[in-house]
Design a protein around this ligand. Sequence first.
Ligand SMILES: [Mg+2]
Length: 239
Amino acid sequence: MTDKALLPHKDDFAHVRDWVFDLDNTLYPHHINLFAQIDRNMTAYVAQLLQMEPAEAKVLQKKYYHDHGTTLAGLMQHHGVDPNDFLEKAHAIDYSALLPDETLGAAIKALPGRKFIFTNGTVAHAEAAARALGILDHFDDIFDIVAAGYQPKPAGSTYDKFTSLNRIDTRHAAMFEDLPRNLAVPKTLGMKTVLLVPRNLGDVVLESWELADNTDPASIDYVTDDLAGFLGRLIDLSA
Ligand SMILES: [Mg+2]
């Protein structure tokens, strides 16, 4: 599987006062694949904007994602796109695949300290997804791509904005993410880092998943495919 410790001891997180969660494929599992809907909307947006065939638009969209970190950043730089218009249309999706997750909600609620959603999406998207999961009320704040000045994670300046706005002492914080590259900066800031991976990954698949973006494996303290189960181990249930 992996040489990363899968099961944390709660003492490892006893110093953590601020809990930071990515949204997509972190607070809900990868197989729900909400992003496929957003991805289709973004391709349609590019196709309409530039009067392209869908296949051609998809190639350009992926190029912007690759070169600029998000499709939006490429569209803003090269085509002067209004970010609010783009974000609204990209996130016009069906959330019905997300069902209330009581186990996750109880675990997040029981964590001692503040809880944040830190997403490259929008507040509206994060609220809709967290509400569908039944966990929205457990979060103190949501930091989104608008608050980040449209500079997505893993830009170091965006982590600085997030942590200074919320007065987070990163030595007493933990971050949960499904993209290895987004854990590199948190690790250098002294945060505990936890990588979420898709459920039921075989050994070989997990290895290629982890290696896919060339992130230094040392950036990742823990790997798990079960967020609620992982958090449950950090909570003193006898309390
Ligand atoms: Mg994610």
